[in-house]
Design a protein around this ligand. Structure first.
Ligand SMILES: Cc1cc2nc3c(=O)[nH]c(=O)nc-3n(C[C@H](O)[C@H](O)[C@H](O)COP(=O)(O)OP(=O)(O)OC[C@H]3O[C@@H](n4cnc5c(N)ncnc54)[C@H](O)[C@@H]3O)c2cc1C
Length: 551
């Protein structure tokens, strides 16, 4: 049993309870990031909005292992899922699909969805994290089944899936601001010297060939989910060098190409080519080969609320099983072979014990490290590094334009810190010409993650404006006076970094193993690549393991 004796009499109970709440920051408000909307106004910019993020108090409680009040009761649940991100919801969906009814999904936040959470205001819904997936690889039967289930794939024409036209990105899709004008597409082209263009073409031809190459075991070299990729050592060894070293060795020097590759790695991994492995860098380009009856290869699927839409679809059948505002605090083995899980309800502020037969931890490994202090997992948690991100949802009356291609769904500027912005309104059917909400993505990768994270947590609203506004002014000169609101969201541990020697390391292999056939793991960080598809498959794999272990 965790916690300490707490409620002796009413008064001491009040005092102790208050001091506990003070310690976890619930009363002082000293830790300012959480998911509640609190409006702040910047006089300097005459802009208002909020500064939010995942529940910092809960994180603090776990990190410092503050003692909880004792639990008053213990109840039983057959299978507990911790975390309602894509991996947790996917695990729940699989259990339900296979006839399991006795399971619960606990989520520490007031809302479900993890990094696929979203927001909305009177103009539009918008993503706060994950915002798109590409059409499924045709050999990914489980994902294709799910996309059929939720009407993203409406039917098949011959062998090829037909995707719901409402969910394919509406045209125009992507543009890049380079050399003073917006060009179509994100690969630098406008004003780019011939020699650089040749190098870009050489790289694209190389990854195109890799995309269609199989290893000595007959599997594609790079595939989604990652664990269906070839084990061919000739290619797996690319995980032991950085993408930057690989590109240098191959003689790629064009500043335009290197900018594009840095952009791609920042976009998918939150880090530059110097910080991801060559295997991961190539995976971005060579793993997606989805074909459709009505869309180009690798076409993008998106919704106004980003992947929040697909997350809600996953959760639709699971409502009765989900409990939000429930922080899983600790796991303990008990003598009857079950596991005792201590849970802190952030709303009622009460502790509860749940005795479970099986548990699927769908939280990131830095959290599991805290939860599993009573177990010997024997892995190196320090190898798990997460990139912090800032997301800014900007409501503006106007987007002053430079010459060239007009507003697209994805809008990126060459040589800026961010990876650009998406225009959430693009997927709305009632497109409004006046007000827009644009979602701007800034990976915080100029310093090591721990330092960047600390700096991100320390900045106030106006300091974020000082970072974001100058870049917006480069992209859309004069925009500041047209902005109505900017809402910031900070992800301290946004995406797992596929650093060199991480994805195919013994450490990650060990981290995926269940403990005593009772504690199972599913989170995108266990794939090494933080994308919807990996979280989706992680959830299914863990649920399958639970079902097998039970039978
Ligand atoms: C800025 C950003 C942009 C992204 N863009 C894309 C994109 O466009 N496309 C894409 O495919 N992917 C994108 N991703 C990756 C995204 O992370 C994955 O697609 C997916 O949402 C990850 O799901 P998950 O279940 O693995 O993890 P998470 O989303 O991290 O879910 C874990 C859940 O566990 C909960 N939890 C943690 N600890 C506890 C505890 N102790 N008790 C109870 N609950 C707990 C958390 O609150 C969270 O809800 C993006 C990520 C970020 C940060």
């Amino acid at each position: 049993m965790s916690g300490q004796m707490f409620y002796k009499d009413e008064f001491s109970a009040y005092l102790k309870r208050r001091s506990f709440l003070l310690r976890i920051g619930l009363i002082t408000g000293g830790i300012f990031l959480n998911s509640c909307y609190k409006k702040i106004r910047s006089a300097k910019y005459n802009i208002q909005g909020a500064l939010q993020g995942p529940d910092a108090n809960a994180g603090h409680l776990l990190r410092d292992k503050l003692k909880l009040p004792s639990a008053k009761n213990t109840r039983k649940v057959k299978t507990l899922i911790v975390g309602s991100g894509i991996s947790g919801l996917s695990a729940g969906r699989w259990l339900k699909k296979n006839g399991e009814t006795d399971f619960e999904i606990l989520e520490l936040e007031k809302h479900i969805g993890g990094n696929s959470y979203f927001g909305s205001n009177k103009i539009a819904s918008y993503p706060l994290g994950a915002h798109y997936i590409t059409i499924a690889n045709n050999d990914d039967a489980l994902l294709i089944d799910f996309l059929k289930e939720i009407d993203v794939i409406t039917h098949f024409e011959g062998q090829l899936p037909y995707y719901n036209d409402y969910y394919l990105t509406f045209d125009p899709e992507e543009r890049l601001l380079i050399n003073g004008a917006w060009q179509e597409g994100l690969i630098p082209d406008f004003g780019v010297p011939i020699a650089d263009k040749k190098e870009v073409r050489r790289f694209l031809a190389e990854v195109d060939q890799l995309k269609n190459t199989r290893g000595n075991d007959g599997k594609f070299l790079f595939n989604i989910p990652l664990n269906s990729s070839s084990t061919d050592e000739n290619y797996r060894k690319l995980d032991k060098i950085t993408f930057e070293a690989y590109l240098k060795e191959k003689g790629y020097r064009s500043k335009y190409l290197l900018w594009y590759l840095n952009y791609a790695c920042k976009d998918d991994y939150g880090q530059k080519i110097s910080h991801v492995s060559a295997w991961a860098g190539l995976h971005y380009f060579a793993s997606r080969r989805g074909m459709a009856a009505n869309a180009a290869q690798n076409a993008i699927l998106t919704w106004p609320e980003g992947n929040g839409w697909i997350m809600k679809k996953l959760a639709e059948q699971l409502k009765a099983h989900i409990k939000t505002s429930n922080l899983c605090y600790e796991l303990k083995p008990i003598s009857n072979g079950n596991t005792l899980v201590t849970v802190w309800n952030t709303k009622t502020q009460l502790t509860e014990n749940i005795e479970v037969e099986k548990i699927i931890l769908c939280a990131p490994q830095f959290v599991n490290n805290r939860l599993l202090e009573n177990f010997n997992r024997n892995i190196d948690y320090k190898a798990f590094n997460y990139s912090p991100w800032l997301i800014a949802n900007i409501t503006t009356n106007e987007l002053p334009e430079s010459k060239g291609v007009s507003l697209c769904w994805d809008n990126v500027a060459y040589n800026t810190s961010s990876v650009g912005y998406v225009n959430a309104a693009q997927q709305h059917l009632n497109l409004s010409e006046d007000k827009k909400v644009i979602t701007y993505y800034l990976p915080l990768c100029d310093f090591e993650p721990a330092i960047a994270r600390l700096a991100a947590y320390s900045r106030n609203y106006e300091q974020w404006l000082d970072i974001v506004i100058p870049e917006l002014e480069v992209i859309h000169p004069g925009i500041t006076k047209a902005i109505e609101t900017i809402d910031f969201w900070v992800w301290g541990h946004g995406m797992i970094t596929p650093a060199k020697d991480f994805i195919w390391s013994k450490n990650l292999e060990k981290a995926k193993l269940p403990i005593d056939n009772k504690i199972f793991f599913a989170h995108s960080d266990l794939s090494g690549v933080s994308i919807f598809e990996e979280a989706f498959h992680q959830g299914i794999n863990a649920a399958k393991q639970v079902i097998n272990a039970t039978s």
